[in-house]
Design a protein around this ligand. Sequence first.
Ligand code: SF4
Ligand code: SF4
Length: 70
Amino acid sequence: MAKINIDRILCKKCGICAFVCPKQVFKFNELEGPQVVNPDDCIYCDMCIMMCPDMAIDISNEIKEGKPNK
Ligand code: SF4
Ligand code: SF4
């Protein structure tokens, strides 16, 4: 499963990550900013990481890191 971490200090709640994600991994509202609601659906396209203007998103893939995918 993807571990999706949003740095709440860096994030300015622009909503771009939720807009560009093809799998609706994020839910977004202006008050709370992006919330990770479907991490299992992440396909590691890196769109959110590339498009985030504040480099606030970090995604680790347990398979890539050689750990079992639980
Ligand atoms: S890597 Fe792609 S699928 Fe995963 S959360 Fe980001 S935009 Fe969505
Ligand atoms: S794109 Fe980056 S700065 Fe904008 S809401 Fe998403 S995590 Fe926050």
